[in-house]
Design a protein around this ligand. Structure first.
Ligand SMILES: [Zn+2]
Length: 376
């Protein structure tokens, strides 16, 4: 029984709240003789759900071995991410298919929540930190190959839907229950509307790697923000977007359609230095990752506990809105909201303890402490 905390529930913040955990689940009532943990002066939140993450702890999800990937997953877990969708970057199709096979085993073991393919079906004009030589048009047959290689664990594919085959690929993904995400795109407003009408439901890191808003050419950003069917990803690390751009997204999409992501690479939770992102070399300085040759921004070193802290202390978002963007919204998107994403009886006991200043103190996943809170 966790008692005395400010508990963030879907209905709002409850002062001096109580939460019972029985085995791996949140329970309606505490078992008899339950151990009581006094969390007075602390926040109690649902575990974070990250739908876009390339690595951490020095490990890359795109090229790592199973052990290395688990190191990366654990690095993010101790920072509060209890549900993690692993992202790949552009590579040769057979390399991606092989990695998808490895990742699908980790999904079967319950360590990760699935796979997000970012590339190779993206625009050379907005390639970001993806290898241009390996980009290709989203031919539905090729898209299908990656989805099949993931053996039912493909959760999302980011694609430039304006490219030949883009709209057919969106339809194919939607039919297979895989999220089609618009990103690394050079699409117009009208082309983006067509992609959403075909079934695209996510904006991959809104604002980044897409045309900016023009008053005569509003581009993809306006189309993605205005449509209620779309959830927009935001990288809230203070580098990828200006605080005013974050406010604009929250204002237009509303608090139920934003998902905070890390888009993290290997250096997250590890440190500055030289890394590989797929086949490309990345230099990380002061926590900012850039391609060694062009200086283009190359993912982040963010962890979601920092994204939350920034959202409430710098961006001054209401705690319940920030928490929804880190748990309920991405969980709903993944179709996992019946199991994770909020503190409700019957769901997995995935929960976080933070002090009054939003510093993470404890992490529980499926009823087991990953980080045991040291309470004074
Ligand atoms: Zn990414």
């Amino acid at each position: 029984m966790l008692s005395g905390a400010r508990v963030v529930l879907p209905t709002g913040v409850v002062e001096n709240g109580r939460l019972a955990v029985d085995g791996t689940k949140i329970a309606a009532d505490a078992p008899e003789n339950a151990q009581v943990i006094d969390l007075t002066g602390h926040w109690l939140l649902p575990g974070f759900v990250d739908i876009h993450n390339h690595g951490g702890g020095g490990a890359s999800f795109s090229s790592g071995t199973a052990d290395q990937i688990l190191t990366g997953v654990h690095t993010h877990r101790v920072h509060g991410t209890t549900t993690l969708v692993v992202s790949t970057v552009t590579d040769e199709m057979d390399v991606l298919a092989r990695q998808a096979g490895l990742l699908s085993e980790l999904a079967e073991q319950g360590e990760i929540a699935g796979i997000h393919f970012e590339g190779p079906f993206i625009s050379p004009c907005r390639k970001g930190a993806h290898s241009e030589a390996l980009l290709r048009d989203p031919d539905p047959a090729e898209v299908r190959k990656l989805v099949d290689a993931a053996r039912g664990h493909a959760k999302m594919v980011t694609l430039a839907t304006e490219l030949p085959g883009g709209i057919e690929s969106v339809r194919l993904l939607a039919e297979h229950g895989v999220i089609a995400a618009v990103g690394h795109t050079d699409a117009t407003y009208e082309q983006t509307v067509a992609a959403i009408d075909a079934g695209a439901t996510v904006a991959t890191h809104l604002y980044n790697a897409m045309p900016q808003i023009g008053h005569r050419a509003p581009g993809p950003i306006a189309a993605l923000l205005e449509d209620e069917r779309v959830t927009v990803e935001l990288i809230n690390d203070g580098t990828h977007l200006h605080p005013a751009a974050l406010q604009l997204a929250f204002h237009h999409a509303g608090p139920d359609r934003v998902a905070f992501i890390t888009d993290a690479m290997d250096a997250a939770g590890f440190g500055d230095g030289r890394y590989l992102l797929g086949p490309l070399e990345v230099e990380v300085t002061d926590g900012v990752a850039r391609l060694a040759d062009s200086g283009a921004i190359a993912g982040s070193t963010l962890t979601l506990d920092r994204a939350l802290r920034r959202a409430v202390t710098v961006d001054k978002l209401p705690v319940e809105h920030a928490v929804a963007a880190l748990s309920a919204n991405p969980a709903r998107l993944l179709g996992l909201y019946d199991r994770v994403g909020s503190l409700e009886p019957g769901k997995d006991a995935d929960l976080l303890v933070l002090d009054a200043d939003f510093t993470l103190k404890g992490v529980m996943r499926k009823g087991t402490w990953v980080v045991v809170p040291e309470l004074s």
